[in-house]
Structure formats: structure tokens, C-alpha cells
Design a protein around this ligand. Structure first.
Ligand code: CDP
Length: 239
């Protein structure tokens, strides 16, 4: 079976994302904010909201960097975001994802001039149906632009799933659980600038070089579509 003949449970084509929606300026008290979601044909969503505060003086003082500003991302899943209630508060997974979001965004941020300052990005996942880190990056990129933080580009993020030989774009929760069980399966979240430069990739599982290149190509194409949605939402707020 090739990627092109693989049938997804949701009925989506192998390279078809869930329906996207994006909105900028959703938190009145933040310096910048945005929401990004994917919704499957079953109505289940992955929905992320990001709020930017700053640049502001970094406290405590010993964390200040005189060479450049600091981007500080905090990813959190709301306790009601999945069917089983999640215990509130940080955990190992959320700490790791927060770091990954920071690394995915940093290459496009021009924070050199904000010495000793911090830019805080708080991301909350309202609905979690897999690929939440990608939705978080998509929302955070828009929120940073909305806050007027100088950026070289916007970034867009998507996850490619591999089930044995087949590749699928934008992994949902059902597919994520199949990949967790399947031998030779993997989930590969990636982030790209609008110019197609990669700023983040994670490979959870095994994949050969040829298939990895195919996965990168699929993600790059999907990110172009995400970028259009982000751009439209940002233009909407400028109006
Ligand atoms: O969400 P993402 O795919 O970026 O990260 P993951 O760690 O692979 O989690 C996949 C999905 O598992 C999440 O989107 C949630 O739907 C679910 N999950 C959960 O139900 N409870 C958790 N404590 C963590 C994740």
C-alpha cells in the first residue's frame, strides 16, 4: 500500500489536513494573542490559544541576558481538553513541549535588541485531539506578530504520521494512538518558515532517509496552507 492509497479512518486524503481556523486578538489584556485550531470531520478539535506579554524586564535579575532578550514559552493543556480530566499544573511533557515551542519560534524572532528583557508566550490547549504542539506553535507565531515583536518570518507547524509505509499529514488522536501501538510507526512534527526553511523537527520512532525526505516534502506543502490561514487572520486584525 502506498501513501496515496492508504485509507484514513476520518476519510481524509493522505495529504489532507483537518479544517483549520485562526483568529488574532482574542485576549484583550495581552500584548498579542491568537487562536489556531484543526477540526476533524467528527467535530473533534485541537484548539490552541496563545497570549504574549512583553517585552518586559526579566526578573529575577540573574536570569537577564545582556546580549539579547529571552523568549519564554509555557505550554499547558487545560484539564478539560481531553475526555479524561488532566491533572492541572506543569509536568515533564509540558516542560519539554514548552522548550520545543521556544526552539521552533526563536530562529525567526529578532530579539537581539531586547537585552535583559523577556517575552512571555503562554499557550493553553483548550481541546486536544493530537498535534497540540503544532497548533501551539501556529497560534504563538501569530500572537508574537500581533504583539509587534520584530520577526524575520512567520512559522507554521504540522505533524506527519507514518504507519509502516504510509505517510499522513496532520495526525489526529485516533491516528496518534495507532502510531503508538504500531511497529515501525512514527509521528514527526515539523515547523517551517513561509520560505520553507525548517526550524523544528522531532522524530519519534524509526524512518528511513527516503521516507523522511518524503515526509519533509509533505509537511512543507501543508505548512504553506497553514501560513495562508495565519496570514489571513493577521490581515483581518489590521483592517
Ligand atoms: O499533542 P501532541 O501530538 O503534540 O503530543 P503527544 O504527547 O503526542 O499527545 C498526543 C495526544 O495525546 C494529545 O494531543 C492528547 O489528545 C493526548 N494526551 C492525553 O490525552 N493526555 C495527556 N496527559 C497527554 C496527551
Amino acid at each position: 500500500m502506498t501513501a496515496k492509497t492508504f485509507k484514513r479512518k476520518s476519510g481524509r486524503k493522505f495529504n489532507e489536513m483537518r479544517k483549520m481556523s485562526a483568529e488574532v486578538g482574542v485576549i484583550a489584556n495581552a500584548d498579542g494573542s491568537a487562536r489556531f485550531s484543526w477540526e476533524g470531520p467528527d467535530g473533534k478539535k485541537t484548539n490552541a490559544i496563545a497570549a504574549v506579554y512583553g517585552p518586559k524586564k526579566m526578573h529575577p535579575q540573574h536570569l537577564q541576558d545582556p546580549e539579547k532578550g529571552t523568549l519564554r514559552c509555557t505550554y499547558n493543556m487545560m484539564s478539560f481538553s481531553v475526555e479524561d480530566r488532566i491533572r492541572p499544573g506543569p509536568n515533564r511533557r509540558s516542560t519539554e513541549i514548552s522548550k520545543i515551542i521556544q526552539w521552533a519560534l526563536e530562529p525567526v524572532l529578532m530579539i537581539d535588541k531586547y537585552s535583559n528583557m523577556v517575552i512571555d508566550v503562554h499557550i493553553n490547549i483548550l481541546d486536544a485531539n493530537a498535534s497540540t504542539r503544532c497548533a501551539a506553535i501556529n497560534a504563538a507565531a501569530m500572537a508574537l506578530a500581533h504583539a509587534g515583536i520584530p520577526m524575520r518570518d512567520i512559522v507554521s507547524s504540522v505533524s506527519i504520521g507514518k504507519l509502516d509505509k504510509e505517510l499522513v499529514v496532520d495526525v489526529d488522536k485516533y491516528e496518534d494512538s495507532v502510531f503508538d501501538e504500531g511497529e515501525g510507526a512514527s509521528d514527526i512534527p515539523m515547523t517551517f518558515t513561509s520560505n520553507g526553511e525548517m526550524t523544528h523537527i522531532q522524530i519519534d520512532g524509526n524512518i528511513d532517509k527516503k521516507q523522511l525526505m518524503e515526509a519533509v516534502g509533505l509537511a512543507r506543502e501543508a505548512c504553506k496552507e497553514i501560513y495562508e490561514v495565519q496570514k489571513k487572520a493577521l490581515k483581518e486584525v489590521v483592517k
